[in-house]
Design a protein around this ligand. Structure first.
Ligand SMILES: [Zn+2]
Length: 244
C-alpha cells in the first residue's frame, strides 16, 4: 500500500475534491438520462400513430366494400326493371317464371346488401370515433413532448452551468494539491468507485461497514498520518477533521 505523507490540509482538500467529483458524476448521469424521458413519450405517440394508420386501413377496406354493395344494389334495381319488361313481353309460362325469378333474386340481393351496408356504417362510425380519440391522444403527447423538450433544455443548460462551476472548483483545488497526491487519488478513485476517503461513524468504516480496530481508531482520533481501513483499504477520516 502506497504510503503518502498527507497533511490534514491535504486530506481536507482531497475530501472536498472527492465531493466535487461525486457531484460531477451525478450531474453527468442526470444529463444523460434527460433525453430518455422524451424517448418514452415518443414511443407512446408512435404506437398511437400506428394505430391510426391501422384504423385508416380498415376504414378504406370498409369504404371499398360499401361502394361494391351500392353497385350491387344499383344493378339489382336495373334487374328489377328488366324483369318487369320480361314479364310484359313473356311469350310463354317459362318466360314469365324466368322474369319472376329474376325479380325475386334482385330483391333478395338488395335486402342482403342493404343489411351489410348498415353494419358497415355502424362499424365505420365506431372506427371514426376511435380514430378521433387516438388523434387527440397523439396531439396530447406531442404537446407533452415539446413541453418536456423545453424543460430539458432549461435543465440541461442549468446542469451544464453547474458542471462548469464544479470543473472550475476542481481545477482550483487540484492546483493547491501536489501532483503525486492527485495522481494517487485518481488511481484510487477508480478502484473504490469514487469513495477513496470515507468517514467513520460509530467506529465503523462507511465504505465497507466493518468495525475499525481500536488501534486504528485511536490513531484516527489522534489525527496521526493516514489511517487505512484494514478491510477495504479506503482512507478513513473522522467527520470533524474535514469540517474544522
Ligand atoms: Zn472499509
Amino acid at each position: 500500500m502506497l504510503m503518502l505523507d498527507l497533511s490534514k490540509d491535504d486530506l481536507k482538500k482531497l475530501i472536498k475534491l472527492q465531493e466535487i467529483d461525486s457531484k460531477i458524476i451525478k450531474l453527468e448521469l442526470k444529463l444523460r438520462e434527460l433525453p430518455e424521458e422524451i424517448k418514452r413519450f415518443e414511443e407512446i405517440a408512435q404506437t398511437r400513430r400506428n394505430k391510426i394508420a391501422h384504423i385508416d386501413e380498415k376504414i378504406e377496406e370498409l369504404s371499398q366494400r360499401r361502394k361494391e354493395l351500392e353497385r350491387i344494389i344499383n344493378e339489382s334495381y336495373k334487374k328489377i326493371e328488366e324483369s318487369k319488361k320480361k314479364k310484359a313481353q313473356a311469350k310463354n309460362l317459362d318466360d314469365y317464371k324466368e322474369a319472376i325469378k329474376l325479380k325475386a333474386e334482385a330483391e333478395k340481393n338488395i335486402i342482403k346488401a342493404t343489411k351489410e351496408i348498415e353494419k358497415i356504417l355502424a362499424k365505420l362510425n365506431q372506427l371514426f370515433r376511435e380514430r378521433e380519440k387516438m388523434e387527440i391522444s397523439v396531439a396530447e403527447f406531442e404537446r407533452k413532448i415539446s413541453k418536456k423538450e423545453e424543460e430539458i433544455k432549461k435543465t440541461q443548460s442549468m446542469l451544464e452551468k453547474k458542471l462548469q462551476e464544479l470543473g472550475g472548483l476542481r481545477e482550483q483545488l487540484i492546483s493547491e494539491i501536489s501532483p503525486e497526491i492527485v495522481e494517487f487519488y485518481e488511481e484510487k478513485k477508480y478502484e473504490f468507485g469514487g469513495n477513496v476517503f470515507v468517514p467513520v461513524y460509530n467506529k465503523t468504516c462507511t465504505g465497507c461497514s466493518m468495525q475499525v480496530p481500536s488501534a486504528q481508531y485511536a490513531k484516527l482520533l489522534r489525527g496521526e498520518g493516514l489511517v487505512y481501513c484494514p478491510n477495504c483499504g479506503r482512507i478513513l477520516f473522522i467527520e470533524k477533521i474535514s469540517r474544522d
